[in-house]
Write a protein that binds this ligand. Sequence first.
Ligand code: BG6
Length: 487
Amino acid sequence: MGFPNNFLWGGSISAAQIEGAWNEGGKSPVAVDYCTAGSTTGMREIWYLDKNGQRAHQRWEAVGVLPQGAKYQLFDDLHYTNHVASDFYHHYKEDIALMAEMGYTTFNTSISWARIYPYGIKGGINQEGVDFYRNVFEECRKYGMDPVITLYKYDEPVSLNEQYGGWTNRKMIDEFVEFARVCFSEYKDLVNKWMTFNEINIIMPGDDTPKDIAQRNLIYLHHQLVAAAKATIVAHEMDANLKVGAMICGNMAYPLTPDPKDAFARYKKFQDFFCYSADTQVRGEYPSFAQRVWKEWDIDLNISVEDKAILKAGKADFLGFSYYASGVVTTHTTDENDITGGNVLGTVKNPYLEANAWGWQIDPLGFKHFLHIINDRYQVPLFDVENGIGLIEKEDEDGICHDPARIDYHRRHIQAMKEAVEEGVNLFGYTTWGCIDLVSAGTGQMDKKYGFIYVDMDDQGHGDLHRSRKDSFYWYKKVIASNGEDL
Ligand code: BG6
């Protein structure tokens, strides 16, 4: 049986994490341009001037907004990994040729809003930015790739945050929809599969979120959900062939004990973190349990009749998601030693699983389980946008980066995915995360690598940016050539 013949195979990257050229081609700065690198134990930080003009820093959050009165500022003695990143901006032809050599039939990246509308609508369109992405997508089509493109990946121009104070302001909806309209209209001859917001659910409040932040994030998220739906309506009106998907950060977790309280806590986490956004985007309305969420956080979103109509009319055509690792939920007391890292949030350790250096717990069966859960719940085509493992790597003396752990990770996850597809899961494609080494979103590191293509650059800015093929490059090529049979 195996994968269907038209199954899409490829890789995924994102503008702010790979392009570099942070102030070239008319691009304006984005929040991560002010961030430095963390480590295996520490997240990245954003540096700025506080309201008294003093240098300050805090953990970077996907919302990218500074405390009131603060100003974005670069400091000469700090190194900013995103400024050069992997320099895809100047290497895109070489990189796409390497992806084509692996046999990619699809490719996912995001469009930098700050290249298209560097200062928002009133600053006008930046033609150089528009041309850059046309060149990238033409290059993909030249090799027969069918790109799936993300519009937003936490990288609105900081000028919009300065003007509006970020996504808590409804004006961001109009700014985003206009940016989306330009992208659909400029590239619809080259791109017919789109995703609106990457991991829109990432800012969903959790147990430890302070109440004021939780309330802010729920408003922020509501505006993004409306913006996503509005953009979807625009695309459908422009061209009925355009498919627009949601993209949600996957959540697979287990109760630590058979205590019914643990089992319910796990289910509630899945509802809040995953379903709150996915249900709204796929079904066109907030799920009934959203009432409970709003009550818990003591907030009334005052959702207008018009917003409800937009959510209904702008339902997602497919559900994109990321899956890296699984977590554990418990209501019982845990000490610090029981906590490990995870995608976005820390989680309780699972004694049955191994983890990478950042503590992400590797779980291929969890992937299959997760695919079944979302297939059963949503009944729309699914697209795995991100799956991969971060490792610290260097080229060996023979000039090759040997990465057996990555091959093993993908082999087991593709096997699990294949079983799920054979059991009826409606998945139409798979793109591995960070197929070319790039800057980590969470830690800002270049030392943390995900790629099949090595990029010579480290956390301190040492490296000449040359590309080389890792062992996994040849392995994935074989997987694609055999449509997932030869693992
Ligand atoms: C995903 C993000 O959640 O995780 C990516 O969409 C990110 O942008 C990926 O890079 C891996 O996380 P990290 O922190 O290792 O880069």
